[in-house]
Design a protein around this ligand. Structure first.
Ligand SMILES: [Zn+2]
Length: 404
């Protein structure tokens, strides 16, 4: 969950926290070279003797900031920024600091050095993602000589063993899209329609729409009509760094009155007949492929999952609510009871926020028409994508509160 909060909390953090968060997210996630947009970057004075540094980059990169004494200067290291074409003199519009120097600290590390006219320390420093790019803001405030000496580094760490770089807001929210069933497990079948095929098409359309947002990235747990066991689906999602999982289904009931979409979260028991049927069908689906779910539920795994769920259950709940609201706004047809919960295996296996979206019932003629009609499907896709965005924004707004 720390990972999710870091990804979606695109706020400027106090520098102490930013340095503490130097974690295993190292350069391998950011192999491309970022470019500086000099027109959107500047070093300016702040009232009261401080300085503000704003740097616009073509992408987020790991970075760190520190001050050095004798002479007094601020150092920003990046892994890695292409300074080509940037004029250091043009960046500077400040009297409290300067000049700016741009260069390389050592291979793989780009460096900006700013001489300070007076003792200052870093008040705040943060990189936030903006569209495809990123913006770094560093604010310096005047301090006493003694305070400067206390916060400045004794020596330049470029000459010593470098700690892992600080990575802030490293990239888009990763959404795992799980097309239900597949291969030997076709799911529901009615009137020549097959749940597994319809869900794969819907999953691909949803993934394309997610990838077009620029703020989210989709990964499919299957991208073919093949049977993929539940454990493998989860492995695919985790390996991609999934922040959440959407499982897509369109099942069938014996009678055809039930119609419209509903969103499931995990619960210990199914409280109505449609939910019970959902559980039955989806347990059978996995047994078809030779996976006995009951054996995976050893006590250690269960205890660990319970711990993970303390964190993810409220997030999954908010995700389900955001999706229902957005599907409704987008004009997608919803069930009269669109919020449901049941002990579904796929939700039980996810250690990140997860919901199962029953986009409609193959047993209903109206839903069959809607799921095969591109315009109706586009409403579902639009609802899912805007629900995800709304949820991400809500979680980001919550993150600073949690940190206090
Ligand atoms: Zn299904």
């Amino acid at each position: 969950m720390r990972r999710l909060r870091r990804r979606i909390a695109r706020t400027v953090k106090p520098i102490g926290l930013a340095l503490l968060m130097a974690g295993p997210l190292a350069a391998q996630e950011f192999t491309g070279l970022a470019r500086l947009d000099a027109d959107e970057s500047a070093v300016i004075d702040r009232r009261g003797g401080g300085v503000e540094i704003e740097l616009a980059l073509s992408q987020a990169v790991p970075w760190r900031v520190f001050t050095l004494d004798a002479p007094r200067r601020l150092v920003l290291d990046f892994s890695e920024v292409d300074w080509a074409g940037a004029d250091p003199a043009a960046l500077l519009s400040a009297d409290n600091a300067g000049p700016v120097r741009l260069g390389q600290a050592r291979p793989g590390w780009s460096r900006l050095v700013l001489d300070l006219a007076a003792p200052m320390s870093v008040d705040s420093a943060g990189m936030r993602v903006e569209g495809q790019g990123a913006r770094l803001t560093v604010i310096l405030s005047p301090v006493s000589e003694a305070d400067f000496a206390a916060t400045a580094r004794a020596q330049d760490p470029a000459g010593t063993a470098l700690p892992p770089p600080v990575a802030e807001a490293p990239g888009p929210l990763v959404v795992a899209i799980d097309a239900g069933h597949g291969g030997v497990d076709p799911g529901a079948m009615r009137e020549g329609l097959v749940e597994a095929e319809l869900m794969l098409r819907l999953a691909r359309e949803t993934a394309d729409a997610i990838n077009r947002t620029g703020t989210m990235r989709a990964v499919l747990t299957r991208d073919a009509d093949a049977f993929v066991p539940l454990t493998e689906r989860m492995t695919i999602a985790r390996a991609a760094g999934a922040d959440l999982l959407l499982s897509l289904h369109a099942d069938a009931l014996e009678e055809d009155e039930a119609s419209g979409g509903s969103v499931y979260t995990l619960s210990a028991e199914a409280l109505d007949r449609a939910s019970s049927r959902m559980v039955e069908r989806h347990q059978r689906g996995d047994l078809l492929g030779g996976v006995d779910l009951s054996r995976q539920d050893d006590r250690v795994a269960t205890a660990l999952m319970d711990l993970a769920r303390l964190d993810t259950a409220p997030q999954s709940e908010r995700l389900a609510q955001a999706l229902v609201a957005a599907l409704e706004t987008a004009g997608a047809h919803l069930n009269s009871r669109p919020r449901r919960s049941a002990p579904l295996a796929v939700l039980n296996a996810a250690d990140f926020p997860s919901v199962l979206v029953e986009v409609g019932f193959l047993s209903n003629a109206g839903d069959r028409a809607r799921l095969t009609n591109p315009t109706s499907r586009a409403r579902i896709v639009a609802g899912l994508v805007s629900g995800l965005s709304a949820w991400a924004a809500e979680e980001a707004a919550r993150a600073p509160l949690r940190r206090r």
